[in-house]
Structures are given as C-alpha cells and as structure tokens.
Write a protein of this length. Structure first.
Lengths: 251, 238
C-alpha cells in the first residue's frame, strides 16, 4: 500500500518539469525565427588578380526580403553565386542554414535561384522543362509544378516549345522554377527584367507570398522601385564592397 | 530523374539525327558488299568477322561513330552544366555520380544500338547464324567498346564542364580521337581509346589486362575530375 502511494506521488514529479519544458520549446522556436539563414564572414573573391568581392559581412534572417543594388559589374551576381555555392571564396566563409558552403555542403539545401539566364531546354515545353528540374529532388507533385506555372501567369498546358516563348515568358518560367519547390532561400538576380507591367506586379506578389511563407528572398535589381516596395533591408554593392543603406537613401 | 531525362532526350533533334546517320552508315555496306570482301581478303577473316571489322574499322570509328557519339553527349552537358540543375543536387558528389551514371547508361545504349545495326546488316547478308558461333568474341568486344566510349565521354564531360563549353569539350576529346587515328594508321599502333573502340578481333589476346587497366583508369580519372570540378568556380556559361 505504501509502495503504491509512493508510486502515485512520484508520478506527479515530471509535471514539475512542464514549465521548464515549455520554456525550452519557446526558446527553440524563437531561435528558429531569428536564425540567420545566410551568414557571411569576411568574404573575399579575387579573379585573375582582380578583387570581385571585398570583405563582405552579412547576416540575413528568414521571412524577409533583401534588396541589393549597384552598377553593372559591382559584384551583385558574384555575391549571389558565392551564396549559392557556385564560386569558391578566396578568403572568408559563407554559411547557409548553419552549414558552411564548400565545406559541409556544396550548395545550400533549400535554394531557388535565377542567375543570368536560366537556360531551359529549348525544344521542350515550359511544363516539361520544370518537370525535368523537379525530378532531380523529386519533392513536389505534377500539380505543384502546374500551380507554379499558373502563379507566374503562364499556361501549364501550353504546347509551345520554350524557344518560341517571348523574353517575358522565359523570365516568368525562370521565376516559376525558382519558387516551385518552396525553398527557404531564394536568390533572384534581376527578376523583373523583360516583364510587362502585369508581369512585374505578379512577380512582386510572388516575392511577397514567399516572404510571408517564411523564405528569405534576396533580390538584386537596378529597379529601385521594386526594391523599395518589396524589401526591408537594402545593400549597395560598389566595386565588390557591400554597405547597408536605408530606405530613404534609396528613394 | 533518369526516367525524365531520357524520356526528354528521345524527343531531341540531335538524337533523331544521330539515329538516322548511324542507320545510313550501316546501309552503306549493303549497297557495296565489296568493302567487306576486301576486309576478308586482307585479314583472311570469315565473312561475319570481316563484317564486324569493317563496321568498327578506324576511319568510320574516328569520323562517323565518335562525332555522332559526341553529338549525343552534348545534351548531357546542356543538362548537367546548368546552375539550376547543379544546385538541386545539393552536393558535387551526387551531381558527379549522376553524371557518371548517365555516361555509363548512354555509352552502353550507344554501343548496343551499334550492335543492333551490325546484327541487322548480318541478317541482310544471311549470316545471322554465325552470331552464336562468335558470341564470346562479340561479348568481349562489346565490353571493351562500352569502356572505350565511357572513356571518351568522361574526357568530353570533364573538359566541357572545365571550360563551360560543349565545343571546348568536343575539341579536346575529338583531338584524342584524331591523334590516335593518325598514330594507328601511320605508325601502326593505337594509344588507348580508339584501340578499345575499333577493337580488332585478333587483338583480343590482351582482353583481361585491357579490361582491368581501363576500369582502373576510368575510376581514377573519374575521381580526379570530380575533385578538380568541385574546386572550380562556376562562372558564366559560354
């Protein structure tokens, strides 16, 4: 009888741990929210004796859009390439989702990107192109692919080959491939290039939706209006150097 | 991924063109039997083996089969060389392994198609029953030829990715073929790759050493190429 009573008393002790466990859960979710998606420390990149990126330091969180601007050749695309793991730093580190690029992983695990032209296969339809890309990770269904095409204002049942697409349609398909797998990090280099007014608005909406979903979206653009409307932080690239600027300066 | 990749490839114009050119090449001997009889007289071979030697003789291998093979390889570069494809593999090792798998499958399919054409030509000359008589020789040649095309594809693949240009990959890999062609014709010795592809029936005495050496070299170069490519920057595609 005494043993039974003792057992009942002991069974209540774990309840005392409940507040502590709850606080732990809260800490984890807060940490997760504030977790740096991209962390760059003292990044340098030299190519053929020329400094392309110089002492870049950056910390970006999820659920935000970040604007990058600067003249042609200032290093915006190179910075995106470094984040994507497509170029190797001469010095410094790029960490994405807590994994060092080129060390722990070659490319970020959940990444969507447009850098230069996406270069789809010219003789296949838009749907076939996206299906081929999606088959590598194989994490989305055919319906998801069709939905991604519809999101950018294209018809998934369009039987025309990609080479017959207009420049604007090609750009839209590029956006669709970047977001179709719902990546947590999206790098968009000049996403509104070649788009008409309607297309620009659609792409802006997609970027807003992706940010609301929790993705970190990095946008490089010459169009300051796009950056002002979409981004919460702005960065200016000048001769490979990165400086954070305010919205007022941009306007 | 492979299923999707190959199903799209079948629709490619390059693929259709290559299939057509190889079929035309096979038909040539049907219209001019003398080229096979000439082979019979020179090497003192029975018709079946003369037909085989003729199909894989050094000139057509260097100037028809290899260029067609490179045309078929171009699609792979177009696929694996894109940044949107590379980043989806998450790491270089997986990317390179998929590249290598496609190289092996394509080389095997290419040689199998050549053998199908060869068999059709044999059938046309009513010598198909001899196939079973020489099945061991055919199997050995088939294996070496697959390895030969894998070696060629590996060189093409590496230099295409290294220079970010399929044309550069073609130039380097094809220069190996051309150099071997001239060396084997002027100095009567092959270096390696063409020696494997235009494998003459009477050179099968070296089958086992050739097989082992080739497999080891393919594995070593595959590792070396993977290491070099994973440390190379991906700049603009040419």
């Amino acid at each position: 009888m005494r043993i039974k009573k003792l057992f009942y008393q002991l069974s209540f002790y774990p309840l005392l741990l409940l507040p502590f466990l709850l606080s732990m859960l809260r800490t984890v979710s807060l940490d997760d929210k504030n977790m740096a998606v991209v962390e760059i420390n003292h990044l340098y990149k030299n190519l053929k004796g020329r400094v392309i990126l110089s002492d870049i330091n950056l910390s970006l969180e999820k659920g935000n859009a970040y604007g990058f601007y600067g003249h042609n050749g200032s290093g915006k695309s190179m910075l995106f390439r470094a984040i994507a793991g497509l170029i190797h730093p001469t010095e410094g580190t790029v960490t994405v989702f807590n994994k060092k690029i080129g060390d722990e992983v070659s490319f970020p695990e959940s990444l969507g990107l447009i850098i230069e032209s996406v270069g789809f296969w010219p003789y296949y339809t838009g749907y076939e192109n996206l299906k081929t890309l999606a088959s590598i990770k194989n994490i989305i269904s055919d319906d998801d692919i069709k939905h991604a095409i519809e999101r950018v204002g294209l018809d998934p049942n369009d039987k025309r080959a990609y080479r017959k697409y207009s420049l604007g349609m090609k750009q839209r398909l590029g956006i669709a491939q970047a977001v179709m797998e719902k990546p947590n990090l999206i790098l968009l280099d000049e996403p509104t290039n070649a788009l008409d007014e309607n297309g620009v608005e659609q792409v802006r909406n997609i970027i807003r939706e992706e940010v609301n979903r929790g993705a970190a979206v990095l946008v490089a653009s010459h169009n300051k209006e796009d950056l002002n409307l979409l981004c919460s932080r702005f960065f200016k690239m000048n001769d490979g150097k990165l400086t954070e600027t305010t919205g007022e300066i941009l306007k | 991924m492979l299923k999707q990749y190959f199903s799209l490839k079948v629709k490619s114009r390059y693929f259709m063109f290559s299939i057509f050119v190889l079929a035309c090449y096979t038909l040539l001997a049907c219209f001019n039997k003398e080229i096979i009889y000439l082979q019979m007289r020179i090497y003192n071979h029975p018709f079946f083996l003369a037909n085989f030697d003729n199909f894989f003789s050094s000139a057509p291998v260097s100037f028809i089969l290899c260029p067609i093979f490179f045309i078929l390889r171009k699609d792979s570069y177009d696929f694996f060389g894109k940044p949107s494809v590379m980043i989806r593999f998450s790491n270089h090792t997986r990317w390179w392994q998929s590249c290598m798998l496609v190289i092996v499958i394509k080389s095997t399919m290419f040689v199998s198609y050549l053998y199908l054409l060869l068999l059709l030509r044999t059938l046309y000359f009513h010598k198909i029953s001899d196939t079973f008589k020489y099945i061991k020789i055919i199997a050995k040649c088939y294996t070496l030829q697959v390895l030969g095309f894998i070696s060629l594809a590996l060189i093409f693949c590496f230099f295409s990715f290294f220079f970010r240009s399929a044309l550069a990959g073609f130039a380097v890999a094809y220069s190996f073929v051309i150099i071997e062609f001239f060396l084997s014709n002027w100095y009567t010795f092959g270096i390696f790759i063409i020696y494997l592809i235009e494998v003459a029936v009477n050179t099968l005495d070296f089958y086992v050493p050739l097989l082992i050496t080739t497999i080891i070299l393919i594995l070593l170069f595959s590792l070396l190429f993977k290491t070099i490519l994973s440390n190379r920057d991906y700049l603009k595609q040419r």
